[in-house]
Design a binder for this molecule. Structure first.
Ligand SMILES: [Fe+2]
Length: 389
């Protein structure tokens, strides 16, 4: 073949192959979803299938195109370095409370990183051309109403997850709480994404924030120490608090239910000390103005501190209840038992109701300045019970 023809052909095929190669260099594999949403900040989390440097562009709410102007970019940094990796969690700070924002995510492939020389590949991003940009609204303690949903003990039953949270809707549902045991163990990233998180993203988690309350099953498995990296909180711990409208939320981590030395934990459990650490944090928390001035106070913990004589519930009962009693707690919401129970206040033990949600029902809570109600709903969407406080 004539060399003059061969070279253009060769370069054409090379460019096709190389474009095809670039196209597969980085793909968004899971997410994005919103974590640690506060009045002035949000963290957007997603993963990619290869190393990338990532950013989020944020635009105010509006009907103008996302392309109307250059949008501010937020990167994940660590001590001044922009982070390269496959897990991307980007904190957007400096936001206004109770305000809607639109956002778009980007990941630029890092093909090689030697010394200070970085060779970049293509960019993957969320679609704002043929789809509406994703959005979120920051929390607002002055908001007059709140509606939130709680689910628990899904143990990877994605059909139940879909049925129980099918009505979650941006603008109507302020937030969703996963109250533990969403999977039966934490062995790797794929397990929790396929077990519940991918479907949560498809349904709502890109726009409606999800707050995680860890269950005892999430403490199990070799990935259990890594999984909190995917669910950042405002404390950097799995116990934290936040306020939306008239409700102050306290999220506690009950740890495991058996003694730390039990053979089932293979010498890797240290939850007694961890619950003591939380007790100290809780003692300080209840002194804060935000907590004291909230109309309603909701405590979330996976393992209920009653109805069992096992070590975990005993330790939770002994460490947390004396701090919470006398603080005007509206209700404690739990899971773990896979059956519904309503425990009315028990003088001397707990001065608030404890509501234990089943594995196949949801609790839909609606509150304003005058009332606080809970609808317990089945996977068919049927209301099984209404509790009013
Ligand atoms: Fe559990």
């Amino acid at each position: 073949m004539n060399r003059a023809i061969t070279f253009p052909l060769l370069s054409f095929f090379l460019s096709i192959f190389s474009l095809a190669g670039y196209a597969q260099e980085v793909n968004i594999t899971h997410g994005p979803y919103i974590q640690a949403l506060g009045e002035n900040e949000a963290t957007i989390v997603w993963t990619t299938d290869s190393n990338a440097v990532s950013w989020v562009e944020v635009a105010p709410a509006g009907d103008d195109s996302f392309y109307a102007s250059e949008r501010p970019k937020y990167y994940q940094t660590s001590n001044g370095n922009r982070v390269v990796g496959t897990l991307h969690k980007i904190k957007i700070a400096g936001l206004k409370k109770g305000t809607e924002y639109r956002y778009r995510i980007f990941s630029k492939a890092v093909r090689s990183y030697e010394g200070h020389r970085v060779l970049y590949g293509n960019i993957a991003s969320s679609n704002v051309y043929s789809k509406k940009p994703l959005r979120f609204s920051t929390l607002d303690k002055d908001k007059k109403t709140i509606s939130f949903l709680m689910l628990n003990d899904i143990h990877s039953r994605v059909d139940d997850l879909k049925n129980l949270s099918g009505k979650v809707e941006y603008g109507k549902t302020d937030l969703v709480i996963f109250n533990g045991d969403m999977v039966s163990s934490m062995n790797d990233e794929t397990q929790f994404f396929s077990g519940f998180m991918d479907d949560a993203v498809t349904m709502f988690a890109g726009e409606v924030p999800m707050y995680y309350c860890r269950g005892n099953h999430e403490t199990r498995g070799k990935f259990s120490v890594n999984f909190p990296e995917y669910f950042p909180t405002n404390t950097g711990k799995l116990y934290y608090s936040f306020r939306q409208g008239p409700v102050y939320f306290i999220v506690l981590d009950g740890g495991e239910d058996k003694p730390d030395s039990d053979i089932e934990y293979s010498g890797l459990a240290q939850f007694d000390a961890y619950r003591s650490e939380q007790q100290q944090w809780l003692k300080e928390l209840i002194k804060t103005e935000d907590f004291k001035t909230a109309k309603y106070k909701v405590v979330l913990i996976h393992i209920p501190p009653a109805g069992s004589t096992w070590h975990g519930p005993n330790d939770i009962r002994n460490k947390f209840l004396p701090v919470l009693n006398g603080q005007g707690v509206t209700a404690m919401l739990c899971g773990h038992l896979h059956s519904y129970e309503y425990l009315k206040p028990e003088p001397g033990l707990y001065d608030f109701p404890i509501i234990i949600n089943a594995h196949n029902t949801s609790l839909e809570v609606n509150a304003d300045l005058n009332s606080f109600s809970i609808l317990r709903k089945s996977t068919d969407g049927e209301t099984l019970e209404k509790l009013t406080f």
